[in-house]
Ligand binder design. Structure first.
Ligand SMILES: Nc1ncnc2c1ncn2[C@@H]1O[C@H](COP(=O)(O)OP(=O)(O)O)[C@@H](O)[C@H]1O
Ligand SMILES: [Mg+2]
Length: 235
């Protein structure tokens, strides 16, 4: 039996600018992502990968169409509820890690729980479990800029996981990393996927894309679904 859809977009469109000057970025996007699926989002630079990921993460709105996430009709939710959905169900990972440089590693990872009003001792205890899992426990009291890029991205992955989200959205997560650190991130993604978390990753990295179960290729604002096997024959 197929798994239920976690994400379902119907005829979704997005433009920037107004009337005659509007540029259409996403045209009539219809896609479904089942719970637990590992999806790569590919396409040339400027094709709309980040725009789509931001919409899926409820960070940006869209002009027409509908988007259901976990049975919430996203276009009908208040800003307050969207913020709660983001906080509880979605983990974000960015190319530039997006850590708060003035906060320690422990506080960076605990931040999503602080924002949910969870007490510091409880949040820090959860953060420490993740730090140990990713062998970063010796860095808990350090600040992000004293760590390597690979270590910072692993801290960002811990932060994305701390609320036990249903879905992780990652925008070019290996884009700033050397090959070895990028490989470590890919191995962590495999592990996260095996634990049942849904992953949607915008990437140029064909190694990552071939590890995913499904590839969405965006070009000229339209989307095409491919299997990773088709990707292998393309490269
Ligand atoms: N806030 C914005 N205002 C106007 N145009 C934007 C904005 N954000 C993105 N764009 C444009 O939308 C297009 C898609 O951008 P983006 O989603 O970042 O592509 P990708 O992530 O695939 O490189 C680009 O042409 C970009 O210039
Ligand atoms: Mg982008």
């Amino acid at each position: 039996m197929s798994k239920p859809a976690l994400i379902s977009c119907q005829h979704l469109s997005k433009s920037y600018g107004h009337s005659t000057n509007a540029s259409v970025i996403l045209r009539d996007i219809t896609l479904t992502i089942e719970e637990g699926c590992y999806v790569a989002l590919m396409g040339p630079s400027g094709s709309g990968k980040s725009t789509l990921l931001n919409i899926l993460g409820c960070l940006d709105d869209f002009d027409s169409g509908s988007y259901h996430l976990l049975n919430y009709a996203i276009e009908q939710q208040s800003l307050n509820l969207l913020s709660q959905i983001r906080c509880r169900h979605i983990g974000f990972i960015f190319q530039d890690y997006g850590l708060v440089n003035e906060y320690s590693v422990l506080d960076n990872i605990s931040l999503p729980l602080y924002l949910q009003g969870i007490a510091k001792t409880r949040a820090n205890a959860k953060a420490l479990v993740l730090l140990k899992r990713f062998t970063l426990q010796d860095h808990a009291d350090k600040y992000p800029l004293t760590l390597s890029g690979g270590q910072q991205q692993r801290v960002a992955i811990c932060r994305a996981l701390i609320s036990q989200p249903k879905v992780i959205l990652a925008d070019e997560p290996t884009g700033n990393l050397d090959q070895q650190s990028g490989q470590q991130v890919l191995e962590l993604f495999d592990e996260i996927h095996q634990q049942g978390v849904t992953l949607v990753v915008a990437t140029h990295d064909t190694t990552l894309a071939t590890r995913a179960q499904k590839i969405f290729h965006i070009e000229d604002g339209k989307i095409q679904t491919m299997a990773p096997k088709e990707m292998e024959t393309d490269v």
